[in-house]
Design a protein around this ligand. Structure first.
Ligand code: TNX
Length: 527
């Protein structure tokens, strides 16, 4: 017999079935903190299977003793606000907070080093501990990456805003993790530089090296030599308008970077790469005649007049003014590709300039060629291609900053189809920028001789932020990981999967990145 149920009963049964399915779907799967995608990869992660949620009731309690730590709490609240629509209250306190909150603590036990941190996440509380504000700031970047990718979007998104529970203990392998931006070949505005700084901070980079002068442009106001920017700052590659930073604008960049625990390393490239200065002041030339401004892309044709006294008055004025507005320890003196400077002159010049830098209380940094000269004990040589130069620097007791062109020059094209960039050092695909170890790069030079790593963006072909992002992403996150994560925790096969998932986050951040075929991008990433 066919059991004829009334229509109403059938509807009721369907509704019950739906509810049962919904309830079982809503039941959260246990979380796994070890599976979260974090770049650079943290040193140690353990999972405990629950979730901590950020909602209207969450506050940020900062158990530090200064406004500085409170500002980091506020930085985090500001980052979370657009997508969550929540304005988390930040409180400086010594009281233990009620459950459900985020706690920042500064610990004095020196366990985490300058920039290390520990994150302990339970269902009730998220605790971030570090020895220094810089460590808290780095930890905040990890927290960002533990939330869903849409946390980075500018418009309000649907929650929930959950973070898997467990513990992360983390600190950098190398003390210096930098990015160089050439603002001389093409000028980048204060606002563009700030946007770049925000991206660098996200990957725990701690130094922005600004290449402030070259043949095609002088980009920093020097009050005692005003024509440097009036004339030397007026053009750029291709004949465009150029530009420069006033000292106040430069200070604004320094402050913005400082708030993100990033130092600015200003570079004045000398004695070669100086046509913009030579065109601005006739007296800097050996023949007393100003050169013409240059907007091409050749290198190695210019030199300061090394045996003239005025040259050192010039260098002294520039370095004095720069050191006064640069709180970071380094002044970069360039020193690369001085092809028309006699070798003896070059050596004489680099030695004198190191003295000047030291007299202004700073340490010299220079491209690896500077090792032809006697180096001061604290001078840093930036390795870009010549192992012999690197070896000579280390023998003199100098440390190396590693920017090998075949790995860390992010102005190199990805492959033969890339339209931006150059390829004199070869093509640098995303894997090449990741698969290298600073400590085994140059025979005979180990980790103890290395200050850190730096991704360099020369801008002969790069004219705006969109193009910058395309060249820098996703190679910079890889180089950031080379500098942060111990070599034994790095493998391309594991990283490429992580990067593929991270694509969604770069997309949420509106980064114009290169979708390399070597990486399987998660489906919501691809256009
Ligand atoms: C070499 S590497 C240079 C720069 C160019 C760059 C282009 C180095 C220290 N100097 O002047 O812009 O190649 O990739």
């Amino acid at each position: 017999m066919i059991n004829k149920k009334p229509f109403g009963t059938i509807i009721a049964m369907i509704l019950i079935a739906f509810t049962v399915i919904q309830v079982s779907c809503n039941k959260r799967a246990p979380s796994d903190l070890t599976k979260e995608v974090i770049i650079p990869r943290p040193v140690s992660v353990t999972a405990s299977g629950d979730y901590f949620s950020i909602d209207e009731g969450t506050g940020i309690y900062v158990q530090g003793d200064t406004e500085e730590e409170k500002n980091i709490g506020q930085f985090m609240a500001d980052i979370l606000e657009p997508a969550t629509g929540l304005s988390l209250e930040v409180t400086l306190t010594i009281e233990p907070p009620k459950s459900g909150n985020i706690v920042f603590k500064v610990s004095t036990d020196n366990k985490y080093g300058n920039e290390g941190y520990e994150l302990t996440i339970t269902e009730d509380q998220l605790t971030l501990i570090a020895n220094n504000p810089a460590g808290l700031f780095r930890g905040v970047q990890t927290i960002r990456q533990l939330l869903p990718a849409k946390i980075e979007m500018k418009e309000k998104q649907e929650g929930p805003w959950e973070i898997p529970t467990g513990t992360i203990t983390d600190q950098p392998s190398y003390e210096y993790r930098g990015a160089m931006l050439d603002v001389a070949r093409h000028f980048f505005s204060v606002d563009e530089v700030k946007q770049y700084i925000d991206l660098l901070a996200f990957y725990k980079i701690n130094a922005l090296h600004l290449h402030l002068s070259d043949d095609q442009g002088w980009r920093i106001e020097i009050k005692t030599w005003p024509k440097l920017t009036e004339i030397g700052g007026s053009l750029e590659v291709g004949g465009g308008k150029g530009g420069f930073y006033t000292q106040d604008q430069y200070s604004e960049i320094v402050k913005y970077a400082q708030e993100r625990y990033i130092i600015i390393v200003p570079e004045i490239d000398m004695p070669g790469h100086t046509n913009a200065a030579l065109a601005s002041y006739a007296e800097l030339n050996c023949n007393g005649k100003a050169t013409k401004l240059y907007t091409g892309t050749e290198v190695g044709f210019s030199t300061l007049c090394v045996r003239k006294d005025i040259t050192y008055k010039f260098v002294d004025d520039v370095m004095r003014e720069l050191s006064a507005i640069t709180p970071g320890p380094y002044l970069h003196i360039g020193g690369d590709e001085s092809h028309v400077t006699k070798k003896d002159d070059y050596i004489f010049f680099v030695e004198k300039v190191q003295d000047i830098v030291q007299a202004h209380g700073k340490l010299s940094m220079g491209w690896d060629e500077i090792s032809l000269s006697r180096l001061k004990p604290n001078t840093v040589a930036q390795y870009w291609s010549n192992a012999e130069n690197a070896g000579r620097a280390v023998k003199q007791g100098a440390k190396l900053l590693m920017s090998p062109a075949k790995q860390a020059y992010v102005d190199m094209q990805y492959d033969s189809t890339t339209t931006l960039g150059l390829h004199w050092a070869g093509y640098v695909e995303v894997d090449s920028a990741y698969i290298w170890d600073p400590a085994t790069m140059v025979p005979g030079i180990g980790k103890e001789n290395i200050l850190g790593v730096e991704a360099a963006l020369w801008t002969e072909t790069i004219t705006n932020l969109d193009e910058l992002e395309y060249m820098v992403f996703p190679r910079l996150p890889g180089i950031a990981e080379v500098g942060w994560t111990p070599a034994e925790l790095r493998s391309w096969d594991e990283y490429k999967v992580r990067l593929g998932k991270h694509g969604e986050r770069m997309k949420a951040m509106d980064i114009n990145f290169y979708q390399s075929k070597l990486v399987q991008w998660s489906s919501s990433t691809t256009k």
